[in-house]
Design a protein around this ligand. Structure first.
Ligand SMILES: [Zn+2]
Ligand SMILES: [Zn+2]
Length: 457
């Protein structure tokens, strides 16, 4: 194997939804793109947080030159607090992500240790031997950036999570001109989001949600609560507009949601948000004037909606005749806790509206026509599907092949050589580690040894 080649090693997120971590290697140096977690349920009261076992990288920590974060979603940055101590390298991210990370790092006792290098939304920067260009993509949160990695050996477009929304309402649109410009050079591999690769057509725009939500919320004569992923900045922005247009007061419930909003405002977003109503004032707002935005869309045990359903919040509550809108998709594996929360709400006469009932959610990931559009613009030699279960990855690979492009079918632990052709040249050990939410005790489930074990670097 030539030491000068460019290689990709996914240690999480390829073959599963969640805990994305991709490591690139060139000339004896490593670059990590994203460092995420995955959530698993452990009974009604506990959430287990899983993250990749990076023993392979930790053994080479002195050669890891940096971690670049594409965006703030937990499946892309939630494991920085767990894994940075093993690597101790600079973390590159935009201002919003830096604001978002700060409280988590402080809580983990790492506030002063982690060297955060704030990067611009567009533009080029260098990390070790990697010449990097950040390209903004639209997603369900702001400041999502794909990366072009340029080395003398090969060039890669690593997309991160993206969609081609012509009217995202908040944040930048996907930089189509920057993508078109890539056609003038050879992009050897496009490492891309597979989440919706099995779905035809285009993912609807965030702006398509405004009118249906205004109508739905406007029809309710009592309180309305909307539950979502706390990091969905686009949806918070949309709901602030819905509150304004329906004459309701926005009430944010959930610590992670308030943190996201604070970080977004510190980075210059959500500046039109109405003032947050203090919990003690909740009972004084007329029922028809409340638009509550809360965490708990996946039935998370400690989230706001779960605690409201269990009547465990002192100042915030819902009553018979109120409505809860689920503005999020159901993550596979979360059905039981979601159903439990919904049963508790229904027993109290609270109406539930889900994305299957009405237009209350759009995805932040590309469907098949958007994937085709990207590959027509960039003309990569090879498409490398990541960010998905085996079903998603296979649908994505078949789509690329139907366009006459080659594709690489890889899984976590595969070492992919990126060259005129992409091929798997080895395997690294993978595994998962876990912590229980609220606990710093970390236990390993053990690492799976690779079937073939060759030491490359
Ligand atoms: Zn994302
Ligand atoms: Zn993601």
């Amino acid at each position: 194997m030539k030491r000068g080649g460019l290689h990709l090693l996914p240690l999480g997120g390829t073959g599963e939804i969640g805990m994305n971590l991709n490591a690139y290697h060139y000339m004896g140096q490593w670059l990590v793109v994203d460092c995420g977690v995955m959530f698993a349920r452990k009974g009604p009261r506990h959430t287990e947080i899983l993250f990749p076992d990076i023993q392979f990288l930790a053994a080479r920590a002195e050669t890891v030159r940096g971690i670049v974060i594409t965006h703030i979603h937990q499946d892309h940055l939630g494991a920085v607090v767990d894994l940075w101590p093993l690597l101790r390298c600079p973390v590159y991210c935009t201002r919003f992500a830096a604001e978002f990370l700060k409280p988590a790092l402080k809580e983990a006792g790492l506030g002063r240790d982690v060297p955060i290098k704030v990067i611009e939304e567009t533009g080029r920067f260098k990390v070790g031997p990697f010449d990097l260009q950040r390209i903004p993509f639209t997603h369900s949160t702001v400041e999502m950036g794909g990366l072009v990695l340029r080395t003398p050996a090969a060039k890669v477009l690593h997309t991160g999570d993206w969609k081609l929304d012509p009217d995202p309402l908040v944040g930048l649109r996907t930089d189509e001109r920057a993508l078109d410009a890539l056609r003038n050079e050879v992009i050897h591999a496009c490492v891309s989001d597979s989440t919706n690769a099995h779905l035809d057509g285009w993912t609807p725009s965030e702006s398509d949600l405004v009118a249906p939500l205004v109508k739905l919320v406007g029809q309710q004569s009592h309180r309305v609560a909307v539950t979502l992923f706390s990091s969905n900045v686009a949806r918070v922005h949309t709901l602030a507009r819905v509150a304004h247009e329906t004459g309701r007061q926005l009430v944010l419930v959930g610590r992670s949601l308030r943190r996201t909003v604070e970080a977004a405002q510190a980075a210059g977003y959500l500046d039109q948000m109405p003032a947050v109503i203090p919990p003690r004032d909740f009972g004084f707002i007329p029922r028809r004037s409340v638009l509550m935005v809360c965490t708990g869309s996946q039935g998370e045990p400690r989230a706001a909606l779960t605690r409201i359903a269990e009547d465990r919040l002192r100042d915030m509550y819902l009553e018979q005749g109120d409505t809860v809108i689920y503005s999020a998709r159901r993550i596979p594996g979360c059905e039981l806790p979601i159903d439990r929360v919904q049963r508790l709400l229904r027993e109290r006469g609270i109406r539930i509206v889900e994305a299957t009932d009405a237009k209350v959610h759009v995805s932040g990931h590309p469907r098949r026509d958007e994937l085709r559009d990207l590959y027509e613009r960039v003309q990569p030699r090879c498409v490398v599907p990541v960010h998905g279960t085996p079903m998603h990855l296979e649908a994505h690979a078949e789509l690329a092949e139907s366009m006459g492009l080659s594709s690489a079918r890889i899984r976590n632990g595969h070492i992919l050589r990126i060259d005129r052709e992409c091929s798997v040249v080895g395997e690294a050990p993978i595994g998962r580690k876990r912590r229980i939410e609220g606990s710093s005790n970390e236990r390993s489930r053990g690492s799976r040894r690779p079937r073939r074990s060759r030491r490359f670097w």
